[in-house]
Design a protein around this ligand. Structure first.
Ligand code: PGA
Length: 249
């Protein structure tokens, strides 16, 4: 269960939320938990979560190691700030910051080289879905965002994919579990076609888009949905905790 805080929460709000999560009894044999706060909150998150099993991720990074790149952050800087993961290719980055799959491909490669685990997001817009282009779009995003790995026919099994239909993000409209599963199965088959069987089966595929307490269980019941990337509902302790503890209900 990965929390994408986006550009939300002050340091005080973040501290309160993390302390609440930390105090809760989470069965880490049943669930992995990750939070992706804004850059300026990473250090606080790492300090507060030290000694717990909760992981910390960056929400973005540049592919270069260092240089004259005002406003950017490198994979090594994220690692130094205590991150194990980084979200790459989120639709907000693609749409609002003009990130192409080619850029994402470079970032994924740089993250792996630096020892960070990328959470690579793909997803179609409402228009693309209505035009029945969902699978073509997803396939192109996968081929281009993971091009280096497709060429090598090898993908680190720790890498995580996230299917996030753009029309479901922050809109309250969740894909039905069956519709999400259909795309997750497509992603799984794409993995199995491009990489060896063990890799194809091992890669975790998260669903993202208006995940909340009321729909997490049904989503997690689907065979190819291995977890969730949660935006809005991860900002409030009770709702995030009830999602994390989906296994109890
Ligand atoms: P949401 O965001 O849960 O608020 O829809 C999900 C995401 O963008 O990762």
């Amino acid at each position: 269960m990965a929390a994408n805080w986006k550009m939300n929460l002050s340091l005080d709000e973040a501290r309160d939320l993390l302390i609440r999560i930390k105090k809760n009894e989470i069965d880490f044999n049943k669930v992995d938990v990750l939070v992706a706060p804004p850059f300026t909150t990473l250090q606080l998150a790492n300090e507060l979560l030290d000694g717990t099993d909760i992981l910390v991720a960056g929400q973005n990074m540049h592919w270069e190691e260092k240089g004259a790149l005002t406003g950017e952050i490198s994979a090594l800087m994220l690692k130094e700030a205590g991150c194990s993961h980084v979200i790459l290719g989120h639709s907000e980055r693609r749409k609002l910051f003009f990130e192409t799959s080619e850029i994402i491909n470079r970032k994924v490669d740089a993250a792996i080289v630096a020892g960070l685990i990328p959470i690579v997001c793909v997803g179609e817009t409402l228009k693309e879905r209505e035009e029945k282009k969902t699978f073509d779009i997803i396939k192109a995003q996968l081929n281009e965002s993971l091009e280096f790995f497709c060429e090598k026919e090898s993908l680190p099994t720790k890498l995580i994919l996230a299917y996030e239909p753009v029309w479901a993000i922050g809109t309250g409209k969740t894909a039905t579990p069956e519709a999400a599963q259909e795309v997750h199965l497509f992603l799984r088959r794409w993995l199995l076609e491009n990489f060896d069987h063990d890799t194809g089966e091992a890669i975790r595929i998260l669903y993202g888009g208006s995940v909340k307490q009321g729909n997490i269980k049904e989503l997690m019941f689907q065979p190819d949905i291995d977890g969730a990337l949660i935006g809005g509902a991860s900002l409030e302790p009770d709702s995030f905790l009830s999602i994390i503890r989906f296994y109890e209900s």
